[in-house]
Design a protein around this ligand. Structure first.
Ligand SMILES: Nc1ncnc2c1ncn2[C@@H]1O[C@H](COP(=O)(O)OP(=O)(O)OP(=O)(O)O)[C@@H](O)[C@H]1O
Ligand SMILES: [Mg+2]
Length: 350
């Protein structure tokens, strides 16, 4: 329909520790206005290792976010990460787009560690290789059963799941609308509760993607062990609350050593990327996810990599009324909302 604005989706990031819901309204000048930004905590049993173990808890949390925030939008966008997602850049003999469409299923088979019939396959031509021997294709495969679990939650909450994205791509979208396309080689590192999503942008293009099973849970568990505390207490302590006689100050050593472990994981991934590409260094690191706010983590990463480290603010370029959203609350939760913002910039059918 000519001239009709495309319909924005509500970005619904179903994470293992919390659901983040963001809705944006496009303005005539190309900017976005914040309509909804909200978080509902999930109990740790609801989603384990990316698998929805107790869907009623998750449906209840999504439904609560919808009703408490008066969300009218029927079209929801979600995203996945972790073991059930495979993203790979592959080289194939150069062929036409039609030929590729016909053979991709078969070509992809050798790159996907799952039965090809069990995944939803998507691809994009990165370089058509015209006049050369090979073409370059980005393959994205997501396990069907995982997609079914996540879309079913949205359906049970009474909304339509119109798209399922991948966390690393959503973070990249959130970064670009707020900071523009980077000129330096930039690693985007989204540190959640159970997974850290890492991607690298080089010369303005996304060139590498990897999920690592490490996140905020590791801090909570280390504090639990150190002080023999129940999980909830360790979590509160980590967030800076006082628990009985205990304070965060007391466990800074433990927190820093987990940050060193996380930095080592990031280092392994970055080294793998550098060894398999013609890029020789990452110049900038941008942290997001709830655990990006871990005390001193940015300093630990800066120390290890000797690069600029900053924390992504996905609301940097987004307009909002201070009477609708408390700037303090937004600031505190901004890093955790990166994926949801990256989903909310998408439109139905894009
Ligand atoms: N101020 C803070 N300091 C330290 N950790 C924090 C802080 N705020 C949140 N976190 C941690 O961030 C994590 C939640 O981040 P996020 O919402 O990005 O994860 P998620 O999407 O639920 O998890 P995943 O994507 O791994 O399934 C939790 O481990 C939480 O304890
Ligand atoms: Mg997450």
């Amino acid at each position: 329909m000519f001239g009709k604005r495309k319909k924005q989706v509500a970005g619904c990031d179903i994470g293992s520790s919390a659901i983040k819901l963001v809705e944006l309204k496009p303005l005539k000048n190309g900017e976005f206005q914040l309509q909804v930004a909200a978080i509902a905590e999930l109990s740790p049993e609801a989603i384990v290792d990316g698998a929805i173990m107790d869907s009623s808890l998750v449906v209840e949390a999504v439904s609560r976010l919808i009703s408490e925030n008066g969300v009218k939008n029927q079209s929801f966008g979600g995203s996945l990460s972790g073991h059930s997602v495979i993203i790979k850049k592959i080289q194939l003999p150069a062929m036409s787009a039609d030929e590729l469409a016909e053979s991709i299923q078969w070509e992809a088979e050798q790159y996907i560690p799952f039965d090809i019939n069990d995944v939803n396959l998507d691809y994009e031509i990165l370089d058509d290789g015209v006049g050369r021997e090979n073409m370059e294709v980005l393959l994205v495969a997501v396990k069907n059963d995982r997609i079914a679990d996540y879309t079913s939650v949205i359906v049970q909450a009474g909304r339509q799941p119109v798209l399922i994205d991948v966390d690393v791509f959503a973070v990249q979208n959130a970064f670009e609308i707020n900071y523009g396309v980077p000129t330096e080689t930039t690693a985007l590192i989204n540190i959640g509760a159970s997974v850290t999503n890492i991607s690298v942008m080089n010369e303005g293009m996304s060139v590498f993607w990897r999920d690592v099973a490490f996140g905020g849970n590791q801090y909570t568990e280390a504090i639990q062990r150190e002080l023999s505390l129940p999980r909830e207490d360790a979590e509160r302590l980590k967030l800076g609350e006082r628990v009985g006689d205990h304070t965060l100050q007391q466990v800074l050593g433990v927190v820093n050593s987990v940050s060193e472990d996380l930095a080592a994981e990031i280092d392994k991934t970055v080294n793998f990327f550098l060894a398999t590409s013609n890029v020789d260094k990452v110049e900038r690191m941008v942290l997001s996810g709830g655990a990006a706010r871990t005390v001193n983590l940015d300093e630990v990463i800066k120390g290890r990599f000797q690069v600029d480290v900053e924390i992504l603010n996905p609301f940097r370029n987004i307009r909002y009324n201070e009477s609708d959203f408390d700037p303090d609350w937004l600031n505190r939760h901004a890093s955790a909302m990166a994926v949801a913002v990256g989903l909310a910039v998408r439109t139905v059918g894009d």
